[in-house]
Design a protein around this ligand. Structure first.
Ligand code: WT7
Length: 647
C-alpha cells in the first residue's frame, strides 16, 4: 500500500491500493456529496437492496428524538438473510464454524434456512407469538445464529445475553424483558475448560419465576439437571419439526431485537432496534465498509452476545449472502497462533477484530502470525475502542503485510450500524483515526454548550442527523432514552458519550467514553453496576469505581473501597471482593485492583466524584478539587494507589 509522508503533522497516511479501488463495491467519492445533499433519496435507493413484502410509504419521519424509517414497509429479517439468498446461493456456505477443539460444522444457505425454519416451528409450537421476547443465552455455536434467525422469522424479538454473563446478570435481563422462554445449552469449552452454562442459567432462573420454558442445546454432553415441565432438549424438539415456516410479515418499525448494554446507572439498558431501518443500515454498511464479495470468507471475531455479532456476523453479512466464518473459542488455545491458523486453514479474506486483541497479539510477538500464510486476507477491520497508532501499524504490517486497507469502525450498541469509518476503496486512512462519517451521516465535535470545537481541540462526539438503524427507545424506559441521548444539547443532536477531536482534514479521533462507562477489552461495564455489587458485600460500606487506562485492555477496573467500621482490609479480602464482582457479573468485569481507603473524594452533598478518582487512578492531575468536602483525601488516595505489593 502506498505510504505518503505528511510533514506538517508528521503523520503517515495510507491511500487505498489501486487494485483495491478498482474492484471496490464503492469507489466514487461523489457518494458523500450525493448522500449529504439528499438524505432521503440516498437511503431510498439503498433500501431497494432489501426485500420488502410491501414497499414503504416514506423514508423518514423525524419527530426529534423519535425517528421512524421506511414507514409502512413490511419485511422479515430472516427472510432477507436466508430466503432471499436461496435462489442464487442455496448451496453456498453461509456459516463455517470451528469449535475450540477443532470440530468443524458447515451450513449452506439452504441448510441454514431449513434449521431456522424448524426452530421457528418449534418455538411457535411452544406458544411463542409475534412480539414475545425470547432470551438467548448461548456461546458461539451455530445454534446461536439459528436461534436469532428463528426468532426473527416468527416476529419474536430476541434478547441475546452474552454467554459469559453470570446467572444473576441473565436473570436481571430476563426480568426486564419480561421474557418467558430461554434458549441455552448444557455447557461449552473455554481454553479447554468446561463452562457449565446450564448450571449458571439454573442459578439465575431460581429467582426468575416468569420463565416457563428452557430449550437446551446438547453441546458438551456434561451432566445437567433437566427440570420437569420446564426444560426441554433442543434435539428432541427439532427432530419432528417441519422444515418450512412462512416468515411473519413485520412492520418496518416492529422491534427486531433488544440488546442490553451498560450505562451510567446500575441498571442495564435494553436498547430497542427496529426491523426495516436496522436491516437497511447493517446491510449497506457491511457491503460497503467490508467490501463484501461473493467469494469472500469473512471473519468477525466478536461474540453474537454483543451488538457487533448481531450487526456484522448475522444480519449485515448474511443479508449480503456472505460466507461467515465463526470461531467458538479463545485466541491462545491451544497456542498463541490460533487466529492465524484459522485464517490460513479457512482462507479468510476479511478479518474484523478488536484493538485489545491486536495489542495482545503484538505482545505475544510477530513469530505467531509469521508461522502462517495470511496471504488470502485483503481487508482488516477494528472495532470496540480506540486503536492506538502503534497497534494500527502493527496490524497493518504483520497481519495485512502492508497490503490490506484497515477500516477502523466507530459505532455503538445504540447506533446499530457503523457511523464513522473509512470506505476502503475511497478513504485515505491515518493510523488511530476512524476517519470520516459514513455517507449520509453527519457527525461533529461539540463543547458542553453545543459550540463546534475547532480542529485539534477535544470535545464531545455528536451525531446531528438521524440514521436508519438508530436506537428507537430503551425498553420500558422512554424517559431514560431521551435523558441519556437527547438532552445534552437539543433533541436533534445525539450524544454518543464519547470524547473526540477533529483534525485539519475533518478526520475524527475518538478518545473513548466521557461518561461513567468503562470499556474493558471492548466490553462496556457501568461503574455503578460494579459499585453496587461491591457495597452488597457485607464488609463494604462505600465504593467508587473507575477505569484505569491499560496498555492491552484499553481500560481496567479500579475499585476504591471503604470498609465497614472496625474492619481492616487485607489481600484475602481484596481477592474476595474481586471474585464477588466477577461471579456476579461475569469474568470480563473482574476488577484489576481494589484499593482500601478511609474516605473517598466527595462533593459537599456527599456524591462521589469519580472524575477525581479517575485522575488519581491514572496518575493524572486531579484539577480543581476545591468543591470537595475534604480536599486532603486526594493525597491519601494517591499514596494508596501508588503503594505496590498489594493487588
Ligand atoms: C463504545 C460503544 C460497536 C461495537 C462494539 C462496542 C467505543 C467502539 C470504536 C472505535 C473508538 C470505539 C466507544 C463507543 N468504540 N468502536 N472504532 N474507536 N472507540 O459497542 O459496547 O456499545 O460500546 O465503544 O467508546 O461509545 P458498545
Amino acid at each position: 500500500m502506498e505510504e505518503t509522508d505528511n510533514l506538517e503533522t508528521e503523520e503517515r497516511k495510507f491511500r487505498p491500493p489501486d487494485d483495491f479501488v478498482k474492484n471496490a463495491n464503492i469507489n466514487d467519492p461523489e457518494i458523500y456529496r450525493k448522500a449529504d445533499e439528499d438524505l432521503e433519496a440516498f437511503w431510498r435507493g439503498l433500501a431497494e437492496e432489501i426485500k420488502w413484502f410491501r414497499g414503504f410509504d416514506s423514508v423518514l419521519e423525524w419527530e426529534p428524538p423519535h425517528a421512524k424509517w421506511f414507514t409502512g414497509g413490511k419485511l422479515n429479517a430472516s427472510y432477507n438473510c436466508l430466503d432471499a439468498n436461496i435462489e442464487k446461493r442455496g448451496d453456498k456456505l453461509a456459516i463455517i464454524w470451528e469449535g475450540e477443539n477443532r470440530d468443524i460444522r458447515k451450513y449452506t444457505y439452504g441448510e441454514l434456512l431449513e434449521e431456522t425454519s424448524r426452530l421457528a416451528n418449534v418455538l411457535k409450537g411452544m406458544g411463542v407469538k409475534k412480539g414475545d421476547i425470547v432470551t438467548i443465552y448461548l456461546p458461539m455455536i451455530p445454534e446461536i445464529i439459528i436461534s436469532m434467525l428463528a426468532c426473527a422469522r416468527i416476529g419474536a424479538p430476541h434478547s441475546v445475553v452474552f454467554a459469559a454473563f453470570s446467572g444473576e446478570a441473565l436473570c436481571t435481563r430476563i426480568a426486564d424483558a419480561q421474557s418467558d422462554l430461554v434458549i441455552t445449552c448444557d455447557g461449552y469449552y473455554r481454553r479447554g475448560k468446561l463452562v457449565e452454562q446450564k448450571k449458571k442459567a439454573d442459578c439465575g432462573l431460581t429467582s426468575c419465576i416468569k420463565v416457563q420454558k428452557v430449550v437446551v442445546v446438547k453441546n458438551t454432553k456434561n451432566d445437567i439437571e433437566m427440570r420437569e415441565g420446564r426444560d426441554v432438549w433442543w434435539h428432541d424438539l427439532m427432530r419432528d419439526a417441519g422444515t418450512v415456516c412462512e416468515p411473519e410479515v413485520m412492520d418496518s418499525e416492529d422491534m427486531l431485537f433488544l440488546m442490553y448494554t451498560s450505562g451510567t446507572t446500575g441498571k442495564p439498558k435494553g436498547i430497542v432496534h427496529s426491523t426495516g431501518g436496522y436491516m437497511v443500515g447493517t446491510h449497506v454498511t457491511a457491503k460497503w465498509i467490508f467490501d463484501l464479495k461473493d467469494d469472500d470468507i469473512y471473519w468477525c471475531t466478536a461474540d453474537c452476545g454483543w451488538i457487533t455479532g448481531h450487526s456484522y456476523i448475522v444480519y449485515g453479512p448474511l443479508s449480503n449472502g456472505t460466507t461467515v466464518l465463526m470461531y467458538e473459542g479463545a485466541p491462545d488455545y491451544p497456542e498463541k497462533d490460533r487466529f492465524w491458523d484459522i485464517v490460513e486453514r479457512h482462507k479468510a479474506t476479511i478479518l474484523y477484530t478488536a484493538p485489545t486483541a491486536i495489542r495482545t497479539f503484538m505482545k505475544w510477538g510477530n513469530k505467531w502470525p509469521a508461522k502462517h500464510d495470511l496471504s488470502t486476507l485483503r481487508l482488516l477491520g477494528s472495532v470496540g475502542e480506540p486503536i492506538n497508532p502503534d497497534a494500527w501499524l502493527w496490524y497493518h504490517e504483520n497481519i495485512g503485510s502492508g497490503r490490506c486497507p484497515i477500516v477502523d469502525t466507530w459505532w455503538q450498541t445504540e447506533t446499530g450500524m457503523v457511523l464513522i469509518s473509512p470506505l476502503p476503496g475511497i478513504t485515505t486512512t491515518k493510523p488511530g483515526s476512524a476517519t470520516l462519517p459514513f455517507p449520509g451521516i453527519r457527525a461533529t465535535v461539540l463543547d458542553e454548550n453545543g459550540n463546534e470545537m475547532p480542529p485539534g481541540k477535544d470535545g464531545l462526539l455528536a451525531i446531528t442527523r438521524p440514521w436508519p438503524s438508530m436506537v428507537r427507545t430503551i425498553h420500558g424506559d422512554e424517559e431514560r432514552f431521551i435523558e441519556t441521548y437527547w438532552t445534552k444539547w437539543d433533541r436533534n443532536t445525539y450524544f454518543a458519550g464519547d470524547g473526540a477531536k477533529l483534525d485539519e482534514e475533518g478526520y475524527f479521533r475518538i478518545s473513548g467514553r466521557v461518561d461513567d462507562v468503562i470499556q474493558v477489552s471492548g466490553h462496556r461495564i457501568g461503574t455503578e453496576e460494579v459499585e453496587s455489587l461491591l457495597v452488597s458485600h457485607p464488609s463494604v460500606a462505600e465504593a467508587g469505581v473507575v477505569g484505569k487506562s491499560d496498555e492491552i485492555k484499553g481500560e481496567v477496573i479500579y475499585g476504591y473501597v471503604i470498609l465497614r467500621s472496625g474492619l481492616s482490609g487485607d489481600n484475602e479480602l481484596k481477592n474476595e471482593l474481586i471474585d464477588h464482582v466477577a461471579s456476579n457479573i461475569g469474568p470480563f468485569a473482574r476488577p484489576k485492583r481494589i484499593i482500601f481507603s478511609e474516605e473517598l473524594p466527595k462533593t459537599r452533598s456527599g456524591k462521589i466524584m469519580r472524575r477525581v478518582l479517575k485522575a488519581i487512578a491514572n496518575g493524572r492531575e486531579t484539577g480543581d478539587v476545591t468543591t470537595l468536602q475534604d480536599p486532603g483525601v486526594v493525597e491519601e488516595l494517591k499514596r494508596r494507589t501508588e503503594e505496590n505489593g498489594l493487588i
